[in-house]
Design a protein around this ligand. Structure first.
Ligand code: GTP
Ligand code: MG
Length: 196
């Protein structure tokens, strides 16, 4: 697929350090340990494009991957990591909100949430900001391999119900980096956002 072409482009400590141009990008966001980096590696079929870790809070920088000269995937640092000082958390939440509101290049956001614990407070804040910025949201319920099919369907239905409350373009999809469940569906959504 198109996504195998992804190459590391740059790391930035802050959204203000990202270059402004007329390219288009899709961001991957979610709580620490939700599986953002794993999903990016699965999508791009590259084992170590984005670094994954059992230790939450691994990705501290914004990592940008390019698909071609005008299309990019952005791996945002995870939020909700308990060991981070409160001031840093607040700063990060603010700059994330700002990124969603102001970044012209951004065409959609994938919010990754562990299928066992979807829509925690910080996830909800993020989705509300995205909806306010009129950005489409894909709520990706990760690690779907952790649940048996009955429980997985129940979680999906519950999440679809919860997604309606945001009153915006919020769709829900289950996903597993381990089994590749949901990968074609993820690609279909990204293809649309990135005009592939
Ligand atoms: P931060 O960079 O800290 O924000 O975390 P992240 O969201 O990038 O998570 P990461 O991809 O590093 O994955 C966190 C842990 O979850 C790792 O131990 C992964 O192996 C595991 N994991 C990720 N995706 C899956 C999945 O689909 N199934 C299972 N069973 N484990 C997964
Ligand atoms: Mg990561």
């Amino acid at each position: 697929t198109y996504y195998t072409k992804a190459k590391f482009l740059t790391s930035a400590p802050d959204i203000r350090h990202l270059a402004e141009d007329d390219g288009i990008e899709v961001a991957f966001a979610g709580r620490s340990n939700a599986g953002k980096s794993s999903a990016l590696n699965t999508l791009t079929r590259q084992r170590s494009l984005a670094r994954t870790s059992k230790t939450p809070g691994r990705t501290q920088l914004i990592n940008v991957f390019e698909l071609d000269e005008r299309r990019r995937l952005v791996d945002l640092p995870g939020y909700g990591f308990a060991q981070v000082p409160i001031e840093m958390k607040k700063k990060w939440q603010r700059s994330l909100g700002e990124y969603l509101q102001k970044r012209k290049n951004l065409k959609g956001i994938v919010v990754l949430m562990d299928i066992r614990h979807p829509f925690k407070d910080l996830d909800q804040d993020l989705i509300y900001w995205a909806v306010a910025a009129e950005l489409p949201v894909l709520a990706l319920l990760t690690k779907s391999d952790k649940l048996k099919s009955g429980k997985r369907k129940a979680q999906l239905m519950m999440a679809q119900e919860a997604a309606l409350a945001f009153m915006g373009d919020v769709t829900v999809q289950t996903f597993s980096s381990l089994s590749k469940q949901g990968l074609p569906e993820l690609e279909t959504v990204l293809d649309k956002w990135l005009e592939i």
